[in-house]
Every structure is written in C-alpha cells, then in structure tokens.
Design a protein around this ligand. Structure first.
Ligand SMILES: NC(=O)C1=CN([C@@H]2O[C@H](COP(=O)(O)OP(=O)(O)OC[C@H]3O[C@@H](n4cnc5c(N)ncnc54)[C@H](OP(=O)(O)O)[C@@H]3O)[C@@H](O)[C@H]2O)C=CC1
Ligand SMILES: Nc1nc(=O)c2c([nH]1)NC[C@@H]1CN(c3ccc(C(=O)N[C@@H](CCC(=O)O)C(=O)O)cc3)C=[N+]21
Length: 286
C-alpha cells in the first residue's frame, strides 16, 4: 500500500506558519493581512471553497472580506469593484473565484487585479515571472503540490514527471515549478497520444484533468508518486461524494506515495493562498 501524503496535516503546518507571520505583521507594523474574495453567481461548489477560505483566514487571525455578486453582474460593475479593492490599503490580496459566468471576460478581470495583490498568481506579470524562473506570487494549487512532493522527494532533480492537464491555473504553472526544480517535465492533454504509456514511464504523475477517477493502476509505474489535483463530485447511491482524477483504490496498491481526495491538494491550496496573502501584505509595507 502506498504512503499517504496527508494534505490536511501539511496544510495545518502551513497555516501555523501563516498565523505566526500574521502575529508579526500585527505586532510590528500594525497591519492585519486581509484577503478579499469575489464570488460572482451561485455556483454551489465555489461557495464551499469560498467558505473554507474565509474560515481558515479567520482562524489564522487574518482579515477576510467576501463580495458576493449576482450572476448577472456586468463587466463594468466587476471592474469597478476590483478597482476599489486595488486602491484599498487595507486589502492585501484579491481573489476572484473562477470560472466566471460566460458573459464576463475572465482575461480582462485577471489583468485588472493589481499584480502585487494577485494572490492567485494569475496576472500576466506574475505568470511571466514564473515562466522566466523569477517567481513572485506563485499559483496556490501548484505551490501546494510542490510542498507535498518534497515530503517524498526532498531532491526532485532529474525525476521524470508527467503533468496531465494544461490549464492556466494548474497544469502550466505546475510544469513551470517542476522544471525549475530540475525535473524532466511532460505535459499531457486531451490531444496527447499514448498517454497511458507516457504516464507509466513517469516517476511522478500529477493529475489535473477534471474527470472523476480517470487514471487507474495500469497507468502507474510501481512505486511512483501520484499527486491528485482533481475535485469531482459524483453520485454514489444517491449520496454526493468527492473523488479525484485518480482511481484511488487501484492506484494506491501500485504507487509508492499518493495524495487522497478529499484531504489532499485542496487543503494545501487554501494554506498557500493565505501564505501568499501574508507575502503580499509584507511586500506592500514599503
Ligand atoms: N485541489 C484544488 O485545489 C484544485 C482542484 N482543481 C480541480 O482540478 C481539476 C482540473 O482543474 P483545471 O485545470 O482547472 O481544469 P480544466 O478543465 O481547465 O483543464 C483540464 C485539462 O485536462 C485535459 N484533459 C481533459 N480531458 C482529457 C483526457 N481525456 N485526456 C487527457 N487530458 C484531458 C484538458 O485538455 P485540453 O487542454 O486539451 O482540453 C485540460 O488541459 C478539476 O477537477 C478541478 O476541480 C482545480 C483547481 C484547484
Ligand atoms: N481564482 C480561483 N482560485 C482558485 O484557487 C480556485 C478557483 N478560482 N476556482 C475553483 C478552484 C478549486 N479550488 C479548490 C480549493 C480548495 C478545495 C478544498 O479545500 N477541498 C477540500 C474539501 C472540499 C469539500 O469538502 O467540498 C478537500 O479537497 O479536502 C477544493 C478546491 C480552488 N480553485
């Protein structure tokens, strides 16, 4: 049976680090690091994430502000809110929950967030910084995955890694971080040929596909490390259940180490989001 990489426990460590940084910023500089979360529409999954983020922020002694806008909100209204948050000295981090309703221009919204407050690391300036090996605010989910990987592989140098998925929020920044850690990185996606055999050659597989239990034991080299980013709600006998992009039961029998869902990458994402918020606050001191 594979070693379980416990995201809940690791995220508690990250959150403790966050809490002491918050204490320091309060005591020494009299500022309360504050995260503003913007949620447009009623997407029930997003509401769960937003709730979790706000809860953890409060526990860490941080400020958190929620802006819930209805699904019909116009681009102008959203732009005006972001403008206001950009200029509010008491807000240090801004997160606009994605995806946005289809009538809104996501790229425009992301580019309008002040790069120094972009705790998601999605602004083109932060994306460019990461791509050129000078990371600034690093996307939370890939950052969390790296912390989990380091538990198993303190030195990642030379590892063959396959990242399945090429989204801007997970796959691409994940690949950039792995490359910077001297891994040999392959990015697979829906047009990739022989994806199964590619994965079977990998020392590490990172799954960010968005398909429930897509990757099974036949794809995994015995002893490999598997990071499951997927969060998929499925129906089992009328009950809602969260599963990853990896078929946990079969893969855990062949892998050397694996992350569970829930309790894996998800909690790490939140930990890193709050860590980014304290980093952003510190940089805004000057
Ligand atoms: N734990 C966490 O904190 C987070 C979890 N998530 C979860 O991670 C998953 C991925 O999210 P995200 O990156 O935003 O998803 P996207 O839908 O944006 O991207 C999915 C990627 O998977 C690829 N893909 C889809 N089908 C296949 C296939 N049959 N074979 C190979 N590749 C395929 C797509 O390829 P193509 O580009 O060719 O279409 C795409 O690159 C989701 O389950 C999401 O809920 C996301 C963010 C944070
Ligand atoms: N701008 C933006 N930034 C994001 O980081 C972002 C986003 N938009 N849109 C949606 C995805 C998804 N995401 C998750 C974060 C935490 C959990 C999480 O905490 N999951 C828990 C449990 C969740 C539950 O029980 O429902 C777990 O996996 O154990 C899940 C998913 C962040 N995302």
């Amino acid at each position: 049976m594979a070693q379980l990489i416990d995201g809940k426990q690791l995220s508690d460590q990250v959150l403790q680090e966050v809490a002491s940084e918050v204490e320091l910023l309060k005591g020494k500089y009299d500022i309360v690091p504050t995260l503003a979360v913007v949620l447009v529409g009623e997407d029930p999954a997003s509401q769960v994430y937003v709730r979790n983020k706000v809860k953890r922020a409060t526990e860490a002694g941080m400020g958190s502000i929620e802006h819930r806008l209805d699904a019909e909100t116009s681009q102008n209204t959203l732009n005006a809110l972001i403008d206001h948050l950009n200029n509010d000295p008491e807000v240090h981090g801004i997160l606009v929950q994605l995806p946005l309703p289809s009538h809104l221009n996501e790229d425009e919204v992301i580019a309008s967030i002040h790069p120094a407050k972009d705790v998601d690391g999605f602004h083109p300036l932060n994306v460019g910084a990461l791509a050129s090996g000078r990371p600034s605010l690093v996307p939370c989910t890939p950052q969390g995955c790296m912390i989990m990987l380091r538990q198993v592989h303190p030195d990642l140098s030379g590892k063959n890694v396959v990242v399945v998925g090429r989204s801007n929020i997970v796959g691409k920044p994940m690949a950039a971080l792995l490359l910077q850690a001297n891994c040999t990185v392959t990015i697979a996606h829906s047009r990739t040929r022989n994806i199964e055999s590619l994965c079977r050659n990998a020392d590490i597989v990172v799954a960010a596909v968005g398909r429930a239990e897509f990757i099974n034991a036949d794809w995994i080299k015995p002893g490999a490390t598997v990071i499951d980013v997927g969060i998929n709600a499925i129906d089992v006998n009328g009950k809602r259940k969260l599963v990853g992009d990896v078929d946990f039961e079969s893969v855990a029998r062949v892998a050397g180490a694996i992350t569970p869902v829930p309790g894996g990458v998800g909690p790490m994402t939140i930990g890193c989001l709050l860590l980014n918020t304290t980093r952003a606050a510190r940089r805004q001191l000057a």
